[in-house]
Design a protein around this ligand. Sequence first.
Ligand code: ADP
Ligand code: ZN
Length: 754
Amino acid sequence: MADDSTAAARIASVALNLPLSKTFDYLVPDRLRGQVVVGGRVRVPFGNRRQVLGYCVELKPSSPVPEGRLKEIERSLDDQPLFTPVILRAARWMADYYQCSFGEALHAALPSGVRKGARRLRARFAVLQVTCAEAERAADELFSRSPAQSKALRALALMGGQARAGELRRAAGTSRPSLDALKRRGLVSVELRPVESEDPLAHAGLQAQPVTTVPRLTDEQQAAYNLITDRVKRGRFDVVLLQGITSSGKTEVYLQSITEVVRMGRQAIVLVPEISLTPQTVQHFGGRFQRLAVLHSRLTESQRRQQWDRIRRGEADVVIGARSAIFAPVPALGLLVIDEEHENSFKQETTPRYHARDVGILRAQLDNAPVVLGSATPSLESYHNSLTGKYTRVLLTRRIGGHPLPPVEVVDMREEWAGRGRVRPLSRRLEACMRGSLARGEQVILFINRRGFAPFIHCLRCGFVVKCPRCAVTLNFHRKINALACHYCGFQQRPPSECPECGLAGIRFAGMGTERVEAAVRELFPERTAIRMDSDTTRARRAHQEKLAAFGSGQAEILIGTQMIAKGLDFPNVTTVGVMNADVALHLPDFRSRERTFQLLAQVAGRTGRGPAGGQVIVQTFMPRDPSIQAAARHDYEAFAGYELPHRREMRYPPFGRMARIICRGYRRERVEAYAAQLAAALHKFCRELGDGSQVLGPAPAPVAQIRGRHRSHLLLKCPDSGSVQRLLNQARELLKGPSGVKVVVDVDPVSML
Ligand code: ADP
Ligand code: ZN
């Protein structure tokens, strides 16, 4: 792959996957001249290590470092670039913006299977060289002379004419020599073939079912389609915010717009939250697009490598995947779709802490391709950008099929619980609605919000709550093992019988876990079948799928679960949805807690009323007058945004400013706290010098003040814009490296404050 310029270049700049802010120059030795490419991997000596993996990011004739002091590249691993020029530029931007190294950004842009050069698994296959009928005849003839060969031949014919050699031997009960004999007779050939299919549907155990009828778009959909395809045809960057209520046909708009992209010979990338990347979604896209590639965390390394190679060779028209698919090396990006753009899972929570939506927008700009952000409840950041004209907003206001969004009733749990000794998880109103639905042969979903919440123990008199001694989070009660357990580190202890603080004997369970709701449901509806789904019971993905299938086919009438059931499910026979504890998300220490609550309730409400039987949503809450709950009950995004945005503006929270979170952590609390204070003091000074209203909040113990024995202290930078965030972080760069014993983590545009 050597052109003249690479052949002439004697110096390579190499980015290493280490937290080092610069790249390093290496000499390309004569034996490797022309073999090192920009965007390829190299092995280089570094420090006292003989070899580390790096990425060549530039080739040049000379270096500012005197040649005698340059080390040589040991080995070149690629003769073709792994990164397109656009992805190299995007990674460079990520490194600056998210305060990581260029090498770390490149590392994140490459699936591990590709990084390590995972090899495709191959195996010996026996393939019939004659027709099955001829094989049967030959088997008859061979039977008396060589029963083993005869059996093997017959088995191969029965297996459809080809099979893995091992499987064939097992099926026929024969040995390897009989296969060799059949090979000599010219009846069978033995070939090395890839074991795994390249077909992403096959990875999920699916088959493509080509769709023949494409629905005619509604007027609203058509308007969205026209706007998007106009940008596609002109190859013009623009961000289109497709705000459509659940079931308004957003996916259909993506599919038909992508059809246009493919017709033009370009490719589309569709990002979805990992949780929506179900076999159904994959099959749905597979039905429309034969040349589909899928990237998600459940693929094996070699499968990921295969998909990636297909994408790079231009063999996939459409790439669908979770967060990291934003780096898919399609040759000519024609459209980028980010579905459920408000989802937090697009933000990576380890270095580099990038947001796939923001990296995606940058990439599309470099690639001259439009972006579609789809959501029923856009992030306030994206919504705000559409108000200021930075993005173009298109609305889908009606559900396909005309079913209205279901009525949402808010039940005040303070009234339900007042004066009762015992706390009932199911309000009388919810119970009555469930009875109604079940009597009509319909189904019920009970949704328990557990984001940062689970059943805990508290004292009725003094309010004492039992916490994990290591992680400082509330311990959750698990009935099956009769123990309190920590969801961070796994610590367990027996529930105390009396309050350790004040000695009251009646220390009580509070809150609601799936197990507790399940027990209450069994008590109230002993004759009905209920299924419980939460992270404890669905660790295995298979179990998860089986439970959903059981519910979908009507084997169970009641589904009880955490937020994992709030997304992407479509059960037309569900007519009552109960939200057991709508306000727990409101108590998270996070400026987005109201937005989260609104999104969650809107999401849940969208799960019902899809079928002809209609449906209703019962929201149980101790804060019935909270604006996010009120607006969600009326399905009114504008009302919510209208309430929330002025608050954000007043407090100068995003979207009216930018933030960075700096976490200090370490085993010795005093050290961590002292360093956090030192850092805060330095940043205070920088903010004052900058004089644009930038502020430092903290240091404070992080809401989760300990994880696995490490203490965590954090501070927040609150600035008018991202330029100021960058400036301050760059000014503090040396300090952000931290002293020994304290690790400093910088999270730009944080989505989690825990
Ligand atoms: P969303 O992504 O907004 O939740 P979908 O695109 O999944 O909505 O559409 C909901 C349902 O309506 C799907 O079953 C889809 O196949 C169907 N659908 C979408 N658009 C049309 C249309 N124009 N005509 C008929 N059915 C449609
Ligand atoms: Zn007490």
